[in-house]
Design a protein around this ligand. Structure first.
Ligand SMILES: [Zn+2]
Length: 384
């Protein structure tokens, strides 16, 4: 069994929402190129898997028939009727040629990653094109059309049958609202989202008191953080609120959305992580995930995302990433003669008042999660 699998297709390049749209397919293409250039696909412990597009009946696990048909209409030469009803034809979610195919291959790739782990082909599989966590049952939002994570988890549950448990952990800077919704009333899927507070950032949801309903009460978890949250505060909050929950839940599979728009250079958010803080979190995830399906997500600085995801993939492989970006790729990361480190060479400068606000905000959110959710899982709300 190979330990780690990367799912990749040149067709990921087709998820292109236009030249001025921040969701550049280069984020994913360059991640693949950097992973390969770092030698992380060599050796018998690593494999490269090719996805095929998700079929309509897989998409229907998480989406309404009416919505699937609406997204597909332009590909069949029909006009989409009432696109705004489906969240399409907006600045964030424009209708582009081949949209259905481009998003169906992303979902297919998350299905491929999931099957690889379920079938024991690999213990960890990574689909960097995935993580379209804002996709709703019948509505596109936040650059996401079909929700690959929701579809893949529902597929996993269908394949593995009763009693199987999945922990979904979402470290994107934005709230994982679409995935939360899909499992809102279920207790076999624990959804945890750590994100910049909805007070400051799209989609506005993800408050600590959103904890699921009915059967699922206590199985949706939200840890909102403040703008300017740094490595230290983020990693602390993650250790205090997320790790114990995943451990207590004892999942059969861990499914992670590894968005890296928490980075201090990210143009769309206000979080202040570096690749080192990001990797502390990936390290913590590796510690709780035995059978692990990972998808990408947000992250809009093309000089940052491939480095962060390559570092994450190296950790999934149990290997060291090289210290520097290989020469063949260095130019893309601002290197001319000087070698470019894989990790950030610099970090953010944060105003002291904001640093204090961010710390207090995190303390309050951690306490809120521990109070509301920990007892459901037999854990003590007290810290320390
Ligand atoms: Zn995001």
């Amino acid at each position: 069994m190979s330990q780690v699998a990367l799912v990749y297709s040149p067709r990921f390049n087709d998820y292109d929402l236009g030249p001025s749209h921040p969701m550049r397919p280069a984020r994913v293409v360059r991640t693949y190129e950097l992973i390969r250039a770092c030698g992380l696909l060599e050796g018998s412990e690593a494999s490269l898997l090719r996805p095929s597009p998700a079929g309509e009946e897989r998409l229907a696990l998480a989406h309404s028939q009416e919505y699937i048909e609406a997204v597909r209409a332009p590909s069949e030469g029909r006009a989409m009727r009432n696109p705004l009803k489906f969240g399409l034809g907006t600045v964030d979610n424009p209708i582009v040629d081949g949209l259905y195919e481009a998003t169906a291959i992303v979902v297919g790739a998350s299905l491929r990653a999931t099957d690889a782990v379920v079938d024991g082909e690999a213990s960890v599989a990574f689909n960097p094109s995935g993580g379209l966590h804002h996709g709703h049952r019948a509505k596109a939002a936040g650059f996401c059309v079909f929700n690959d994570a929701a579809v893949a988890i529902l597929h996993l549950l269908e394949r593995c049958g009763e009693g199987v448990k999945v922990a979904y952990v979402d470290i994107d800077a934005h709230h994982g609202d679409g995935v939360q919704e899909a499992f809102w009333e279920r207790r076999d899927v624990l959804t945890i989202s750590v994100h910049e507070s909805g007070r400051y950032l799209f989609p506005g949801t993800g408050r600590v008191d959103e904890i699921g309903e009915g059967e699922g009460e206590g199985y949706a978890v939200n840890l909102p953080l403040s703008p300017y949250t740094n490595d230290e505060v983020y990693a602390w909050a993650f250790r205090e609120a997320v790790v114990p929950l995943v451990e207590a839940f004892e999942p059969d599979f861990v499914f992670t959305q590894l968005g890296v728009d928490t980075h201090y250079q990210d143009p769309l958010t206000h979080m202040c992580l570096t690749t080192r803080g990001y990797m502390q979190v990936v390290e913590a995830l590796a510690g709780v995930a035995e059978r692990w399906i990972a998808v990408g997500g947000g992250g809009y600085d093309v000089g940052v995302v491939p480095r962060a995801w390559t570092l994450a993939f190296a950790r999934m492989s149990g290997r060291e990433a090289p210290e520097h970006v290989p020469k063949s790729e260095a130019k893309q990361y601002g290197g001319n003669d000087e070698p470019v480190p894989m990790h950030d060479a610099e970090g953010p400068t944060i105003d002291e008042d904001w640093a204090r606000v961010a710390r207090e905000f995190a303390e309050e959110s951690v306490a809120g999660v521990r109070e509301r959710v920990f007892p459901v899982h037999g854990l003590s709300a007290e810290t320390g």
